[in-house]
Design a protein around this ligand. Sequence first.
Ligand SMILES: [Zn+2]
Length: 258
Amino acid sequence: MPIIDTHSHIFLEEFDADRQGVVERAAKAGINYHIFPNIDSSTSDRLLKISGESKNFYPLMGLHPTSVNSNLEEELKHVEKMLSTNTFWGIGEIGMDLYWDKTYIEQQKVAFRHQLKLAKKFKLPVAIHARNAFAEIFEIVDSEIDENLRGVFHCFTGTIDDYKRITGYKTFKVGIGGVVTYKNGGVDKLLPYMDTSLLLLETDSPYLSPVPMRGKRNEPFNLTYIVAKIAEVLGYSEQKVKEITFANAVELFNLPIM
Ligand SMILES: [Zn+2]
């Protein structure tokens, strides 16, 4: 059963020295498909170049919230131009991050709302990054939600109430990554209450390595630990976890694979 890493940044320079080995190691474990959310205009060229190297790589276009600054207008124009001239499978990575820095909170809101509108215009799903910003994000999604707005809250680390807000939209899924293996991450406790038809697998490589690789550079192969943990928590076979999450990812991103 193949696996889709629905959120990985192995197109970044952290993997320039050994990308092929990383992809092969993942493939041996069945992780054959990779979705690449963009960061900003400085990473677009390498995103397109590396995505072009395999039909199993699916690029998303977007402006990451931690790259939002006073350059906002130019960056958003770049996103729209890229969307009009290339094939992308979604808009990402977008959202809000108030953990490190709140300097550009207003710009982050503008960028997030603008890219939700682009998603509706281009009829593409969104990959949302939410860090210390669920309230702000929900307020904006609430005012933009319609049948054309759908996507994933990537690397979900919220509360049961946040989860319920997300399911209330009816068109959003939740990405489960390395945090599910963390002792105090909380995600393993919420997992049994989640609708399995909403779960996606992701690594967020090179970030958020699961136990027992925590602290090291993350890579798609490490989804094996995440699958094992989900199977253990839910009392499912790993095969069942793979089947369910594969179908969910294909459906959300409209991937041309069976
Ligand atoms: Zn990411």
